[in-house]
Design a binder for this molecule. Structure first.
Ligand code: ATP
Ligand code: MG
Length: 234
């Protein structure tokens, strides 16, 4: 038994080559324990397997071997429907580009994940929660704007709020600042650290930036397919 929110044990991952025969081993034994509300950063060079690892934690990709235990449950024993429910209710995703729907306003985009789940009463509360969080990230006067009417940094802040709307237990952010300039990247990573504390949500942030990684409590580096404590050069 474990008290961890997420426990990875001996995770390995190989991808089949395009010819179907050869395969490349990307992860070779990743062990990681993430506590409730804990913020961690993962750094590593391009191609080291950061996105692969995040997708495995997020139940989007099964490992080739090893176990992912989420809130005490082994993902390997869960059906596709159970995994989809877990992703919708317990995990928030943020990607390098915001993936907002162009025809929807900021507020509507944030509320999209609530449509798939929850009772009507919960959905009613979601609108207030969305407005509060959008205010917290400095967008209270942008609720009705569509993505094309927002800056890149503002779109990414909408995506952050969308990831939080269902009150997930963990947020997985894959290069969330990758498409932003330095000032906007700083602002967004500050916001993530702030929301980690105020929403008491665990967070795994993948980044190339040692400076941004240093905002999280623990920093790991993916090296040769395994995690090691990261050296932070601020
Ligand atoms: N679906 C796939 N099929 C085959 N190979 C893949 C697949 N996805 C990733 N890879 C390979 O696995 C390795 C790790 O990829 P991954 O995307 O996890 O790296 P990354 O650390 O996120 O890189 P980046 O910093 O560039 O985003 C790469 O060599 C990549 O080519
Ligand atoms: Mg990646």
């Amino acid at each position: 038994m474990t008290d961890a929110l997420v426990e990875l044990r001996g995770i390995a991952k190989s991808y089949a080559g395009v010819d179907g025969a050869s395969s490349a081993q990307v992860l070779r034994g990743v062990d990681l324990s993430i506590a409730e509300a804990e913020p961690i950063a993962i750094i590593g060079p391009s191609g080291s397997g950061k996105s692969t690892l995040l997708n495995i934690i997020g139940a989007l990709l099964p490992p080739s071997s090893g176990e992912v235990i989420f809130a005490g449950k082994n993902l390997a024993g869960m059906s596709k429907a159970e995994l989809a429910l877990l992703r919708n209710q317990s995990i928030g995703f943020i990607f390098q580009s915001h993936h907002l729907l162009p025809q929807c306003s900021a507020l509507e985009n944030v509320l999209l994940p609530t449509l798939a789940s929850g009772a009507a009463a919960e959905r009613a509360g979601a609108k207030e929660r969305a407005q509060r969080l959008l205010q917290q990230v400095g967008l209270s006067d942008r609720l009705a704007h569509r993505p094309a009417q927002l800056s890149g940094g503002e779109c990414q802040r909408v995506a952050v709020v969308r990831a939080l709307i269902n009150q997930p237990r963990i947020v997985l952010a894959d290069e969330p600042t990758g498409s932003l300039d330095e000032t906007a990247a700083d602002h967004l990573s500050e916001l993530l650290a702030e929301l980690n504390a105020s929403e008491k949500v665990a967070m795994v942030m993948v980044t190339h930036s040692h400076r941004l990684a240093a905002r999280m409590q623990r920093v790991y580096e993916l090296h040769m397919g395994a995690l090691r404590p990261g050296e932070v050069r601020a």
